[in-house]
Design a protein around this ligand. Structure first.
Ligand code: PRX
Length: 647
């Protein structure tokens, strides 16, 4: 932790939307004191066809959350039509940068609206109606946001499955929410991978998804893929004959907008459900103020749309604000480690938003890749997804931002819909590694294990939120009881985040990481139970326990302890089949970094695995093992230590 404070420059503050801590505090206090008036005023930033009857209504015990009830609007209208109606149809809405540096495309608001209306008609032609679920399994291609906005236009609920997930994961997510349509692409390109088998994975999934009636396939690479007569259609063929006019459907503020699956502490991913009005208000409001977005700025968030960051801060927030938003198909190290900076230079990016894991990977390659590019367009830098530590913060600040760009370290979650803790770039003095203060309307608290609020500064505890905000998730799709159990039951009256945090002497928040069995690997959220389940499916495996450990690039790495069936020997083949099983069941992003075979796991007499001990061994913190006397067989600890592989 650094004591150094980085105040925004006068030059930045003078022009900023929120330009001093005084302004921040006044507005913040107002937002907490008069939440209804505050959020009513904020909601006027978007266009409603009918105003709401009631700003908010929430009950954290029952898990009932409603915002702008009675209000009517359409998200695609707000992201597209109204900008066209206001005379900005020729402004660039979306810049797509391909994996290949020679490939890019731009779409004006007129063009994007045209594509969205046509695809909305394609969906209607395939029988999609308001409330139906549409799954998307795609790489970062422009048809993805087109499809999202087309769903929003007709009231269909999209469920995007990140393109690295396996056929099995895709199948389970489709079945959980009974999606009617699947949209995918022939094959995908990403870095040096030029043939990611999207359609063939989709085919494997759809073989076991009774609800899917049609598959729409984007031709991205032209690779030949199997098309099933009557079920599969090509995107370009159906678009060619689609009607170019599709009126937006009037939606209730609380109608679902999308489902996005995320990992929790059990094996079953949760379908996080977000609704229409509050989500759009919250993402657009946070996007504008936190990124200090002003007309004409070119804004780039490097996330994948398959995660919440892409939903909220590539598509919905920016487009609602009539921002020019950039989406990138590739990876930071292809064709070389300067690719991000080439893109910044090429498109003259003003706001750049990325994850610490990418910064760490780039930082270790040295500064030549940076200094050889012109980054003078950059005005602001953002970070998301995991704690940003001091070394990469400083590198980001000095080498990328040339010491002049504020860094917004934004803490939030799939469940929160939008950013919750963050600096405001023209106001907040920064401390490297701290997400600083709550956004307007957000009331964070720190709780003891028993659920008591911890007052004052220089304290640490469990991070919870005291009152609702418009971007909050509304339920877990199909399992409201799990929603209550996961987020509200443990600490009644609060939304429990699953993170720990510290509030320092000056009131700054520092996220200390998850307090549950969820890992954060390269900014990807991974449930240890899911990984354990997929290891358990490898032939010869008896049992597995997975914990995280500090990893130089990934933030956290995955450490798996595996016991084999009697008679099965440890071998590289078994290791390979474990990795293959995880890839097949979840996807390559969940593969363990370390596998340690062990004759047994440390268990209490009642059979509970003591993960605390496994974490200590994985971290190589062998001197602070704590009390092991409650173990059924304490000698296992020494055996584990002795056979720990060098990392
Ligand atoms: O542990 C926190 C970490 O990422 C978790 C949420 O993951 P996900 O739902 O995938 O959303 C990621 C993108 C919003 C949180 O519970 N996290 C997210 N942002 C930060 C962070 N940890 C520290 N600092 C952050 N800025």
């Amino acid at each position: 932790m650094s004591d150094q404070i980085y105040s925004p420059s006068n030059a930045f503050s003078e022009k900023a939307l929120v330009s001093s801590m005084n302004d921040y505090r006044n507005l913040y206090n107002n937002s907490i004191k008069y939440p209804e008036a505050f959020w009513a005023e904020v909601a006027d930033r978007i266009t409603w066809t009918k105003k709401w009857d009631n700003v908010r209504d929430f009950d954290f015990v029952k898990g009932q959350i409603k915002w702008y009830e009675g209000g009517k609007l359409n998200v695609s209208y707000n992201c597209l039509d109204r900008h066209v109606e206001d005379g900005h149809g020729n402004q660039t809405a979306l810049i797509w940068e391909g994996n290949n540096p020679e490939e890019d495309e731009t779409y004006t608001f007129n063009e994007l609206l045209h594509e969205v209306q046509k695809f909305a008609n394609v969906l209607k032609g395939l029988g999609v109606e308001k409330g139906d679920r549409v799954c998307m399994y795609m790489q970062m291609i422009p048809q993805l946001p087109v499809a999202m906005l087309a769903c929003a236009r007709i009231g269909a609920v999209h469920s995007i499955v990140f393109g690295a997930f396996s056929a099995e994961s895709l199948r389970d997510r489709i079945n959980d929410s009974s999606c009617k349509i699947l949209i995918t692409q022939d094959t995908g390109v990403r870095g040096t991978k030029l043939n990611i088998p999207m359609k063939s994975n989709a085919d494997k999934a759809v073989a076991e998804t009774p609800s899917i009636q049609h598959v729409v396939v984007v031709q991205r690479t032209g690779e030949s893929v199997d098309m099933t007569e009557g079920r599969d259609t090509w995107w370009h063929e159906s678009m060619a004959s689609a009607d170019a006019v599709c009126k937006p459907v009037e939606m209730d503020a609380e109608d679902p907008l999308f489902i996005l699956y995320t990992s929790g502490s059990t094996g079953q991913p949760k379908g996080v459900l977000h609704t229409t009005g509050g989500y759009l208000v919250y993402t657009s409001y946070t996007h504008e103020k936190i990124f200090d977005y002003k007309e004409g700025d070119i804004y780039w968030c490097t996330a994948d749309i398959g995660w919440i960051t892409g939903h909220s801060y590539i598509v919905y927030g920016p487009l609602a604000n009539r921002a020019t938003t950039v989406m990138f198909e590739g990876v930071p190290n292809f064709p070389d480690y300067g690719r991000f900076w080439d893109v910044v230079d090429k498109h003259k990016i003003n706001q750049f938003y990325t994850a610490p894991t990418a910064l760490r990977a780039l930082m270790k390659e040295g500064n030549d890749h940076v200094t050889s590019r012109d980054l003078s367009s950059l005005r602001l830098l953002g970070s998301v997804g995991e704690p940003i530590k001091e070394p990469e913060w400083k590198w980001y600040h000095e080498i990328i931002g040339k010491g002049t760009c504020p860094i917004v370290d934004t803490w939030w979650q799939t469940e929160t819909g939008g950013i919750m803790l963050t600096p405001l770039p023209g106001a907040t003095p920064l401390k490297p590694g701290s997400a600083t203060f709550p956004y307007f309307g957000i009331e964070p608290v720190l709780l003891t294990e028993e659920g008591q609020e911890i007052d004052g500064n220089n304290v640490a505890g469990l991070l919870a939120i005291k009152t609702s905000w418009p971007g909050q998730m509304r339920t877990i799709y199909g399992d409201h009881d799990r929603f209550i159990q996961t987020y509200f039951a443990m600490y009644p009256g609060y939304y429990f985040t699953g993170d720990g945090a510290r509030r320092d002497k000056d009131g700054y928040y520092w996220i200390t990481g998850r307090v549950d069995d969820v890992l954060n690997v390269s900014g990807h959220r991974i449930g240890t139970a899911e990984v354990e389940g997929s290891i358990g499916k490898a032939i010869g495996v008896a049992e597995a326990a997975v914990v995280g450990f500090q990893h130089v690039i990934k933030g956290q790495g995955i450490y798996a302890y595996v016991t084999l069936m009697t008679g099965v020997d440890e071998s590289d083949d078994i290791k390979a089949s474990i990795l293959a099983s995880v890839t097949k069941e979840i996807g390559p992003h969940s593969k363990p970094d370390v596998i340690q075979f062990t004759p047994a796991l440390p268990k209490t007499r009642s059979g509970k695995i003591m993960r605390r001990i496994l974490r200590k061994i994985a971290e190589n913190e062998l001197d602070s093992m704590g009390d092991i006397s409650t173990l059924a067989d304490p000698s296992i600890v020494q055996k584990l230590i002795k056979t720990r592989p060098a990392i």
